[in-house]
Design a protein around this ligand. Structure first.
Ligand code: IMP
Length: 425
């Protein structure tokens, strides 16, 4: 059985979209398993340039079945918009696109709640319960909260019976509107507007609802090639990441298996994606974060602005102790290293090799914010355009890669946004 998992090894935005796009060319089934439209997977291929948020990046392979699995939370207007945009390209087809009936729906009140908590936390309101997380404000946390709570959640399968859906929509709307008004003094859009929006979206997505579990098990039995596409990154995982500055759904390789019902014995490759440096959006510990001036420089060279929110990403040096931790958590079998070309444009490059607090190997995650990294320095390796193999790389770039290889072998090195600008090691 040939199951490949692609997931992020840091705080998201590692360049997973490009690696999934490459791997999806030979996949029979591509599955997006978690997160929602907080994710933004940037892809540049022969069809053009795209930022996908919910649609699996395998959509550019016309032969592949593309699935949104049950661990994803779907904001229907965003999904519709994304599909319509993709369909402007005559080569893209949704004929083999499937949505799990058990995926949950992001409702208007989830977005209002996310915004309410974040706004309250950001303002210095006396008695505020928490610091701001710096979420994408897409309603992700509140949607997963309702999923765990069960009482007021909506799933894709709830759309099937129009009558039952509308009756429940009205009841939950009333309860949520009352709570939001009392808690954050905010008003939801009118019930008529919400109703109209859902009725339109319902018609649009109904044809794609399918028993995805059955499709996956059949594909496994027929020894098809299955690709699991992660969203966000290991350090944003609610259990293994830098809680509370994390997202709300699993981001790890084992999380992918738990959600899809694929047994671990079926997995052949676990590709962990990391940039040659590290970025983070939102608040939270970041031991190798750059000083202000360098941070701005790398952000501008690497165009490090969120694909979903446009927010500037915080930039830092690659952190080997954290990378080692993520590789261990995921059982990563190979690393895909992206943006090696961007990092090499700095005159000097640093690599976090251990922590000065006496910590070597994987870090103590309970004390991450206290960690002071120790660095090894490299001369910038400059332009990598035209390199086709490892042998074409400058010595200093090869030395940098060797330090990473000590943790896990490297499968791909990306030296540009396009499909062809990738070295297979
Ligand atoms: P949420 O997922 O919108 O609740 O945001 C929680 C945290 O995860 C915030 O720090 C976000 O910036 C971060 N986050 C969520 N999705 C992504 C992503 O796709 N890339 C990078 N960071 C993300």
């Amino acid at each position: 059985m040939a199951v490949t998992i692609v997931n992020g090894l840091s705080w998201g935005d590692e360049g997973k979209g490009k690696i999934v796009d490459l791997e999806a060319k030979s996949a029979d089934v591509v599955i997006r398993f978690s997160g929602g439209n907080n994710a933004g997977h940037s892809i540049k291929n022969e069809y053009g340039e795209f930022a996908l948020h919910l649609v699996p990046a395998g959509i550019f392979n016309p032969d592949a079945i593309n699935i949104i699995e049950r661990g994803v939370v779907i904001h229907l207007p965003s999904l519709m918009g994304e599909m319509q945009e993709l369909l402007r390209n005559p080569d893209v087809s949704f004929q083999k696109f499937k949505i799990s009936p058990f995926a949950h729906l992001v409702m208007p009140w989830h977005i209002a709640e996310d915004q309410g908590y974040e706004k309250e936390a950001a303002q210095n309101i006396a008695g505020r319960a928490t610091e701001a997380i710096g979420t994408t404000l897409k309603g992700i946390g509140p949607c997963y909260k309702d999923k765990a709570g069960r009482w007021e959640a909506f799933r894709v399968c709830d759309l099937v019976s129009k009558k039952a859906f509308l009756a429940r929509l009205e009841k939950v709307y009333a309860s949520k509107a009352k709570w939001l008004r009392a808690r954050f003094q905010v008003e939801l859009p009118s019930f008529d507007a919400v109703r109209t929006q859902f009725l339109g979206a319902r018609e649009y997505v109904l044809p794609y609802i399918a028993d995805t579990s059955h499709i996956i098990q059949e594909a496994l039995a027929a020894d098809k090639s299955i690709l699991l596409e992660g969203a966000q990154g290991t350090l944003l995982d609610p259990d293994h990441g830098t809680y509370p500055n994390v997202t709300s759904s699993p981001t790890t390789a084992l999380g992918a298996l738990m959600i899809t019902g694929i047994p671990s014995s079926a997995v052949r490759r676990v590709i962990g994606v990391t940039k040659a440096y590290v970025t983070r959006v939102g608040a939270g510990a970041f031991p190798t974060e750059l000083s202000h001036e360098l941070d701005e420089k790398l952000r501008n060279i690497g165009k490090e602005f969120g694909a979903t929110t446009g927010r500037p990403r915080r930039c830092g040096w690659l952190d080997l102790p954290l990378l080692q931790y993520a590789v261990a958590i995921n059982g990563t079998t190979e690393i895909a290293l992206t943006k090696m070309d961007v990092l090499g444009q700095l005159p000097k490059v640093q690599l976090g090799t251990s922590y000065e607090n006496g910590v070597s190997g994987a870090p103590d995650m309970t004390r991450l914010s206290e960690m002071k990294p120790a660095y090894e320095e490299f001369a910038g390796w400059g332009n990598l355009a035209g390199a086709r193999t490892r042998a074409d790389l400058p010595d200093e770039a090869r030395r940098y890669l060797e330090r990473i290889t000590a943790i896990c072998s490297i499968g791909h090195v990306s030296i540009g946004a396009g499909r062809t600008e990738t070295l297979t090691m």
